[in-house]
Design a protein around this ligand. Structure first.
Ligand code: G
Ligand code: G
Ligand code: MN
Ligand code: NA
Length: 249
């Protein structure tokens, strides 16, 4: 396919960019983490959204080298941002690749990035497809000191029961659930009970896609630890991050 070829040459030229979206700690109101989000700049000055090209990269297997490029570059960028955590998204294909934990170990070593400052965001799909290999990889990764985050919680089939099957250090409540919880009681109850279960399992909770003050108040009251969303910040280039660190937002 055409996009496949373009992705291949973008990879060879290192043409991808990374933007970072801050996560705000509810108690200190400071930035506690940033999520790395890949961007693909095109010759016409626009960006192709990851939703468009990640599925293509997954199909061709290019997601593996692209994912390693993201990890290496994000570790280098975030190395200087003392005291905050770096969150990186993983595709199912990456977690299914038995080489991945070894490659991650090399990147941590090469970049000198402290594993305790890294968290990997995975979705339920990553684990459902191949629970044995994925579970084995996760335990190797966790032994490095890296945290595992369940992303997109509240979408699709993501369920409370799933939280018991694997251990996660953090739960990210998807923006669709945050938005619905602001509108109907059933969704709010589901969000609250998910947070209760997460708490009981010693997980931290981030609310994603928070766009309004009302939503921020609601998720704080519900017991979320961290807030991520356009109310505070959109994703931005690495150079813009340091000015916001070490002071309340
Ligand atoms: O940044 P944006 O909101 O457009 O992201 C759209 C989707 O792409 C999200 O689901 C996000 O998790 C995913 N995504 C962004 N960056 C990466 C990445 O580096 N690797 C993978 N696998 N997914 C990513
Ligand atoms: O699947 P994942 O949770 O990794 O997706 C992150 C995506 O959500 C990114 O593409 C990011 O740009 C987007 N995003 C982050 N905050 C907001 C928000 O407040 N509103 C909306 N609509 N999208 C957001
Ligand atoms: Mn994510
Ligand atoms: Na999400």
């Amino acid at each position: 396919r055409e996009m496949d070829e373009e992705l291949r040459s973008a990879l060879a030229n290192g043409d991808f960019a990374l933007h970072y979206q801050p996560l705000i700690d509810c108690s200190s109101s400071k930035i506690v983490a940033v999520e790395a989000l890949i961007r693909w700049p095109r010759p016409d000055g626009t960006f192709t959204a990851p939703d468009t090209f990640i599925p293509v990269a997954e199909e061709s297997g290019l997601i593996n080298p692209i994912g390693l490029l993201v990890l290496r570059r994000a570790c280098l960028d975030a190395r200087e941002w003392n005291g905050i955590t770096l969150s990186v998204n993983l595709s199912a294909a990456q977690l299914r690749n038995p080489e991945f934990p070894i490659q991650l170990g090399h990147i941590l070593e090469e970049t000198g990035f402290a594993p305790e400052r890294l968290e990997l965001e995975i979705t339920e799909t990553c684990l459902v497809l191949d629970p044995v290999v994925a579970g084995r990889s996760l335990s190797v990764i966790r032994n490095f000191g890296v945290s595992i985050v369940l992303d997109d919680f509240g979408t699709g089939y993501a369920s409370i029961g799933f939280l018991r099957q694997f251990r996660f250090e953090k739960l990210k409540i998807d923006r669709s659930l945050v938005s619905q919880a602001g509108q109907d009681d059933g969704s709010r109850a589901m969000m609250l009970s998910s947070i209760t279960v997460a708490r009981a399992m010693k997980m931290r909770v981030t609310a994603e896609g928070v766009e309004t003050e009302e939503q921020a108040q609601m998720v704080r009251a519900a017991g979320c630890d961290q807030i991520q969303g356009w109310l505070y910040f959109k994703a931005m280039p690495a150079a813009e991050i340091p000015q916001y660190l070490d002071r309340p937002i």
